[in-house]
Design a protein around this ligand. Structure first.
Ligand code: ZN
Ligand code: ZN
Length: 254
């Protein structure tokens, strides 16, 4: 299985999951032009995308979903709440409903949605398995529940949100108070570096961990790696942030 990270962070999120003959896109928060550039760099052909899965209706995840789905002639799959929330942004697409907690397959890729706690209508994250390999991508959640913790422990490759440093968020003069409260909220927000580290405390040697969806304004890769390493006990050198060097090909293979 290969995970291509085309974008990760507040400016846009987009991944491609490939296994054997099957290819899925997860979120598409970039302009179409930027998407095509990133697909070219990663050697991904438009015709191989079988569907676009969506986590939730925030613009950094859906900005380019409609255009991409129409160009690639593939369906968009999401919970009904997410679809209703993004419909007026993405325009007319071929839509297929998924249910939180109910797994499904695309070719030989098993997809398991897991509910997240975020400021959106019906947000989920997804775990992908094929054969004996699995990858789990979880961003945009204010807290970690038992199911997400289990998915982290059970996956060969984990991309987990490490969104903000609490002190930087508190001291950021550009953010209004209501926004700081929302970002730090357990029900509606994002994971801090400390929460990310705490969620990774049970991981085993051999699991590959990547930190994603870092805030540009309230975090930086070195700080995120320091805090996550100190909190989780994972060696700092074993942690990588997706938000650095995204001009490079980022095919994560398992
Ligand atoms: Zn986001
Ligand atoms: Zn979001």
């Amino acid at each position: 299985m290969e995970i291509h990270v085309l974008a990760s962070g507040s400016d846009g999120n987009c991944y491609v999951i490939r296994s054997g003959e099957h290819t899925i896109m997860l979120d598409q928060g970039m302009t179409y032009k930027h998407l095509v550039e990133q697909m070219n760099v990663n050697g991904i052909m438009p015709e191989e995308i079988e569907c676009i899965l969506v986590t939730h209706e925030h613009s950094d995840h859906i900005k380019g979903v409609g255009t991409a789905a129409r160009k690639f002639k593939c369906p968009v799959m999401s919970t009904l709440g997410t679809y209703e929330g993004m419909l007026h942004h993405i325009g007319k697409v071929d839509y297929s409903e998924i249910r939180r907690d109910v797994g499904f397959t695309i070719g030989d890729i098993e997809v398991q949605p897991l509910p997240t706690r975020h400021d959106a209508a019906d947000p989920v994250c997804y775990r992908f398995s094929s054969g004996d390999k699995s990858a789990f991508i979880a961003t945009d959640t204010g807290s970690i529940n038992m199911e997400i913790r289990q998915a982290i422990n059970d996956s060969d490759l984990v991309i987990l949100e490490s969104n903000y440093d609490p002190q930087r968020l508190r001291n950021n003069p550009l953010y209004p108070e209501y926004l700081k409260i929302r970002i730090a909220s357990e029900d509606r927000g994002h994971l801090s570096n400390f929460q990310c580290g705490d969620a990774l405390m049970g991981i085993r040697p051999g699991q590959r961990i990547f930190l994603g969806h870092l805030s540009k304004k309230n975090n930086d890769p070195d700080l995120a790696k320091d805090t996550v390493s100190q909190t989780s006990g994972i060696r700092r050198a074993a942690l990588d942030c997706l938000d650095c060097n995204l001009d490079d090909t980022r095919a994560l293979k398992i």
